[in-house]
Write a protein that binds this ligand. Sequence first.
Ligand code: SF4
Ligand code: SF4
Length: 512
Amino acid sequence: MYHCAGNATNKIDVFQAQLMGCKNTLAGRKVKASQYTILVDLADGKRALAYNTQTTAFAVLDEDEKRAYRALEADGPSDCSGALDTLWATGFLVPEGEDEVEHLKAEYWSQRDSESTISLTIAPTLGCNVACHYCFQGLVKPNGKMSEEVQDEIVRYVRHRARSSQSLDVCWYGGEPLMDQKAIFRLSKAFHEVCQIHGLNYSASMVSNGYLLNKSTAERLLEVGVGMVQITIDGTETAHDINRPLISGRGTYTRTIQNMKEVLAGTAFRIGVRCNVGIHNVDSMYALLDEMADEGFADFGNFSMYFAQIEATTDACADAGEVMLTKKDFNSRLQDLEARARAYGLSGMDSPPRFMGLCVAASTNGLVIGPEGQLHKCWETLHDEAKQIGTIFEINKLDDDIRKKRWAAWDPFDNPTCRSCKIAPMCSGFCALKFLYPETMEGDSALPCPPWKFSAAEKIFAMAESAGAVTPNDWDPEQATMKKMQAGPWQTHKSMELSRDIVNAIVMPGGA
Ligand code: SF4
Ligand code: SF4
């Protein structure tokens, strides 16, 4: 067995098991294949890559090991000997009778209910200087800014929670958050003071269109603890400026790129570029990558970029539905785009994620706060009063709100497709909004499964290739995830209905 990377880190104590072997750790019990092991056969027909999404064990299996693993999958639990001994010791098997899903669910809920981090997404304004065609808020946005009264109430809330927490994590959001810098700097100063008094760690990031983020603003943000920003670039200048013009109609590309270069060269500020991909701009993404490479972005250690699918997730999403790719089409293009970005050094090999679905909305104590103190669970519902769960001025009433209760009642492990999913340790439902409010979403936008589900085999192969364990010739096209579905079936509109019924039954027993 060739170990691709020493990244086995958790849950089943792989290294402990390795030292002890089957005999000592299993005390005569049989072993079974772990639900979370994914096998990808290699082109020689003999070896296979194995990756376990729970233990993060990763290896190239030789012919004997692969045969032993396949037999275990087909025939059920077996005594642990021969090749199985190695597979057990490296984290691809579990003891017979172990309920891996319940084990994972317990770990998920302990993180979801944790009070150790105060997680806040704050939109000081919903106003924006850019008019993106697919914006979830629609094109007409309120311009109000956050009053000092609202700010003081937020600080009061943080102070209250600080006594039982270890860290404060803030994400500045909008609208365009830099349209209300006064609130950002005033609140940041107050947060620092609270964190200092109560010994909390403080971290902050921002989602911005980048148009106002020049070097001096970035320096000031760094001083108040904002160390990272996500900026969206939607293709080369022509494609980007059609999608993301200023409200006046002028383009934003040139200034945004110029800002990014200045900030990256002159500060330690980290910039993650998100490229929203749709039917209209997917082809221009290659030209964008060429351009970013030519402009020298790969030389900045504080720069990275990634691709995301344009989705119509709210009924205000302007023309997103018209330019949206299907999940299958997006994911079949994604591999190629990611490979090109890596080849240019514009992005690295991502480490496999953990519990992606534990966003601010799913976290029991996470809150999204709007400019008037309106409270939400999800940042995509901020514009929608019907989905508001309360107000910062009446925070004690929050737990009585029926919409808040629906968020709290949602559990990805109630859903059979998530329960049987091989990447549940990475994903955990991905996006609660899609389970709870699918009625405002168009087509595939209502489906949650992330790219890993559609390209698990390709991603595992790319990880092995970057570790030097395989070469491109080892890839067997028959292993394409879209064909073999190695991570299990993906969610459909039908398979998600059950989750909604369960949530409604919990929140409104008897349909009251
Ligand atoms: S079925 Fe889809 S949403 Fe559920 S855990 Fe798996 S990948 Fe995530
Ligand atoms: S529920 Fe979905 S859209 Fe809302 S914050 Fe979480 S991941 Fe984002």
